[in-house]
Design a binder for this molecule. Structure first.
Ligand SMILES: [Zn+2]
Length: 263
């Protein structure tokens, strides 16, 4: 799996794109034409594996199956995702889990259809898919249960891939954090929280958000990502590591009766 972080090795040449103060529509049309021509010019040429699908300041990340790569623009490498001055627990819970999220996309029902070179070639055995689907059903049911507004719930099937990536990403980021501590003195309490608690707080700080009800409804109906509030709490309520860190008991809101585990 190829990893790209920060910004491309070579800047894209925009010198042929004209932008002026005359017309917003004109600029938009120019930009679309420029991008269309840039894409057309790729025809017949070998694939450019150095190309980026996001600009450096974008606060986002992606897994591109057809290049078998995970990409993290500079924009996401800042708080609340990553802070060079924060302690490791917080950064593993934030950026670490985002990196884990993108990795696991390569191993889900979508990533399984692409081989190591990014060619459309399924590499799972039929029983792998069956096992995956059985475990995935648990996550789908979980998100079906979340109420967005009135009688509108999250759509478990719509948000399934992203919710699985959050759960899987957190699970491997937590394992990576534990591994990083092995053989070292245990990090002290900070602001009254244990390192394990800070890991989970790092994750939920990423999802602190506010949106109007109209936007929440639009998201729930159309966006494959769950609403931030459910991305924050949803995966944690499946994790034994979270229950242990905060001493949650059976029957409490952040402990699901039936916990889901994919990886
Ligand atoms: Zn994703």
């Amino acid at each position: 799996m190829e990893v790209k972080i920060g910004y491309p090795n070579q800047w894209r040449d925009y010198s042929m794109l004209s932008v002026d103060r005359e017309s917003y529509l004109g600029n938009t049309l120019n930009a679309n034409r420029f991008e269309f021509r840039r894409n057309l010019a790729k025809l017949g040429k070998p694939i450019d594996r150095s190309e980026w699908g996001m600009t450096p300041p974008t606060v986002n990340a992606y897994n591109n199956s057809s290049m078998n790569e995970i990409v993290f623009p500079a924009g996401i490498m800042q708080p609340p995702f990553y802070d060079p001055n924060a302690d490791d627990a917080v950064n593993y819970g934030g950026m670490g889990a985002v990196i884990g999220h993108e990795i696991t996309h390569g191993f889900d029902d979508h990533g399984s259809k692409f081989d190591a070179q990014g060619n459309l070639k399924d590499w799972w055995r039929p029983e792998d898919l069956k096992n995956f689907q059985a475990r995935a059903a648990c996550v789908s049911d979980q998100f079906d249960g979340y109420v967005v507004d009135g009688d509108l719930h999250e759509n478990g099937k719509l948000v399934l891939g992203e919710s699985i990536a959050d759960l899987g990403g957190l699970t491997i980021a937590y394992a990576a954090y534990e591994k990083s501590l092995a053989g070292k003195p245990r990090p002290p309490y900070k602001d009254g929280f244990t390192p394990e608690q800070r890991f989970f707080l790092g994750w939920t700080q990423v999802w602190g958000a506010n949106e109007r009800i109209e936007y929440a409804r639009l998201m729930a109906n159309t966006n494959p990502h769950p609403l931030p509030r459910f991305r924050g709490n949803g995966p944690l309520s499946n994790m034994a590591e979270f229950r242990k860190a905060f001493g949650c008991k059976k029957g409490e809101p952040m402990v699901r009766e039936q916990t889901c585990k994919i990886w």
